[in-house]
Structure formats: C-alpha cells, structure tokens
Design a protein around this ligand. Structure first.
Ligand code: FA5
Length: 360
C-alpha cells in the first residue's frame, strides 16, 4: 500500500515536471506502456490469491486511473501553453500597410464602395451609416410599410427573435432605413447623404445573393424635384462607368416610401457575347429604384412635408460591380476563392479618386 502511494506520488511528480509533449509521452510509456511500471504491477494481479486480488485490485486500478488522468490533464495544459506561445510569436500587426508582393488584393466590392464614395464626395454628399440588424420600425414602418401591409412581401425578410424589451428587429432588407436614421439624426434639412452597405434577403441564384450590397442616396431640402434626381443619377453613372455619353431611361415603379417612384435603366450593347458597351445599342440595364421621398416618410421623421421635399435612390452595388468589371455570377463575390480574388481584385495601394482615375 505504501509502495503504491509512493509510486503514485513519484509518477505524478514526473508528469508535472514534463516540460513538453515528448517528455510527457516518455512518462506515459514508462508507466502505462507495455513494459511500464504501472502495467507491470497490473500484470502481477494474475498471480495473487482471490483475497489478495480483492484488496490489491482496486489499488492497482486506482493508480492506473490516477496516472492516466494526470497525463491527460498535463497534455491539455501543455497544448494550451504551446498554443499561447504560438499565438504570441505569430501576432500580426494589422495596422501595417499591406505587402503587395504577398498577392493580397482589394475585393471588387470594397473597390466599388470606395469608387462610389469618391464620386458622391465630389458631389457634396456625406456618408451615413446604419446597423445590419435594424429595427423593424426603421426598415419598414417609418418607411410607410406598416405591419401586415402587403408591401412587406416585396422583400423576403430574415427576421430576428423579438428582444426582451419587446422591440423587433430584422436583418435590413435594403439600405433605405438609413434614410430614417439620417433624417432623425439631422433633425432638419438640408440633408445630402449616401449610405453604402450590406443588406439581406432570402434569395439566392446567379444574380441574387442572400447577403448583398446597396448604395442609398438621400437629398432633402426646400425645392428638391425630379430634375435633381435625374441629374444626380446621370452624373453618378457617368462617373462610375467612366464614360462621357450615357443614356438613361426611367420607368414608373412602386415603392411605399417614394411617390412618384421610378426605376432606372441604362442603354447598353450586349450584341457581342461576353462584352457590354454603355451609351449605345438596343439593350437596357436595370440600375435600381428611386423616387421622391413620400410625404408620410418625411412626417414620420418629424419633417414638415409642406415645406420640404426630397429624392432617394437605392442601387444594387454588387450588380454594378458585376457590370463594370465583367463578373458573371454574384455568388463568386462571397466564396473567398483566392484565385478569383487575384483575378478580379485590385492593387491594395490604388485608392480610387476622381482625378487620379477610379479603377486604374
Ligand atoms: C429597394 O431595395 C429600394 N429600397 C430602393 C429604393 C431606395 C427605392 C430609395 C426608392 C428610393 P429593390 O428591392 O428594387 O429596391 O432593390 C434595389 C436593387 O438591389 C435592385 O435593383 C438590385 O440591383 C439589388 N438587389 C435586390 N435584391 C438583390 C439580391 N438578392 N442580390 C443582389 N442584389 C439585389
């Protein structure tokens, strides 16, 4: 009994002293291995009388279990320590500038986001932001889409479980709730903002992704009219597609938060397979929706709709990137395929500017 107790404390001390996995494995082999000290003790059981076995059996097995458990615990400790040491030695300073020789590229969506921000900054627009998990109230109700209104079915929504305080949230289905946020934050006109960002809908095929990007524009002031909307969309498209001549077509549409509502198409030529040319041809490319901000939306945000008017539009950013850079399938944006990123990505240090060139 004393022998077993002293053997156990010796083995446990050896286990605790093992400084790495190799040393620990040596202790394991020397104790629990085929010729190990604990295995040798267990092997003597066969030679014991049944009475002796009754007494010694539990002691031998207790020793074996204690050693096995101590080895497992020490192994986990050593693994944790090894991971900590590796994490400490492999830290990456994310504030360092990128190393182009490593082949990292800017994702086309980030590039397009920068391009659009540069274009609108030049037109005097600020950038407004909103969260991806949005109040149902901002995503729908304040935008003149009350609960149970059939217009909610226009966008297949990802709903989030109701919160403890009773508020309900959704993954925002469009960037239009940022209109609400911008108006509530400003309190009064003038407002001139864009809001690019992620949006979510239950949707997936070559031109629809469950997570995609939109860019919203909102202008509210005295005397804003459809002419301002048309001019802004035109200037934006010319700058974005980097061509002087474009032809836009407005189609009547419906959005509960704009009145009147228009959708914009751009003339293009797709007669040569695999190519698209803008400003010429007999085809039309859909850009997105727009309209004059509905008076109820202005009033919901505390604005005097007798005095102020506004326009807004929301275009699909991924679709615009696909058109500009000839990317055929929207899903490839989000597959993290390095070969794809090297092909379609942009040099990390080429910041888009209007005078330096947007996509050069
Ligand atoms: C809207 O989302 C409106 N909020 C736009 C708007 C803003 C109208 C301001 C008036 C005033 P719509 O559901 O049509 O509208 O989406 C706008 C654009 O988002 C579409 O033209 C399309 O380019 C893009 N889009 C919509 N769903 C997806 C999707 N699942 N994947 C990729 N792009 C999408």
């Amino acid at each position: 009994m004393t022998d077993i107790a002293s053997l156990q404390s010796q083995i446990l001390a050896d286990i605790a002293a093992a400084g790495d996995e190799t040393a620990l494995d040596a202790v394991r082999v020397a104790t629990l291995g085929k010729k190990g000290s604990v295995s040798a003790l267990l092997a003597t059981m066969g030679k014991l009388s049944p009475e002796e076995r009754k007494v010694q059996g539990p002691l031998f097995n207790g020793l074996k279990d204690a050693v096995a458990e101590a080895i497992a615990v020490r192994k986990a400790e050593l693994a944790d320590a090894a991971l900590d040491a590796r994490l400490a030695s492999e830290t990456v300073d994310v504030t360092l500038p990128p190393a182009p020789e490593n082949g990292g590229t800017v994702h086309p969506i980030s590039q397009v986001l920068e391009e659009i921000t540069a274009i609108f900054a030049d037109l005097g627009f600020a950038v407004a932001e909103g969260p991806d998990v949005e109040f149902d109230d901002y995503n729908f109700t304040k935008l003149n889409i009350p609960p149970d209104h059939p217009a909610r079915q226009m966008q297949d929504t990802f709903y989030v479980s109701p919160q403890a305080d009773g508020s309900s949230h959704v993954l925002r289905t469009h960037t239009s709730p940022v209109q609400v946020r911008a108006m509530l934050a400003a309190g009064k006109p003038p407002i001139r903002v864009i809001s690019p960002g992620r949006t979510y809908r239950v949707d997936s095929d070559a031109t629809h992704s469950p997570m995609f990007h939109q860019v919203e524009a909102l202008v509210v002031d005295e005397g804003i009219h459809l002419g301002h909307l048309k001019w802004t969309v035109e200037e934006f498209c010319k700058a974005f597609f980097e061509i002087d001549q474009i032809e836009l077509r407005a189609r009547p549409s419906f959005f509960p938060f704009t009145e009147p509502s228009l959708e914009w198409d751009m003339r293009c030529d797709r007669s040569v397979p695999g190519q698209i040319r803008f400003g010429t041809g007999n085809d039309w490319l859909e850009l997105g929706g727009s309209g004059m901000v509905h008076r109820k939306v202005l009033e919901n945000c505390g604005f005097d709709a007798q005095k102020y008017t506004g326009f807004a539009f929301g275009f699909g950013l991924d679709r615009m990137a696909m058109l500009k850079y000839g990317i055929p399938d929207i899903r490839s944006f989000f597959e993290s395929d390095l070969r794809w990123l090297r092909h379609y990505g942009f040099a990390a240090l080429d910041i888009p500017t209007l005078d330096g060139g947007l996509s050069k």
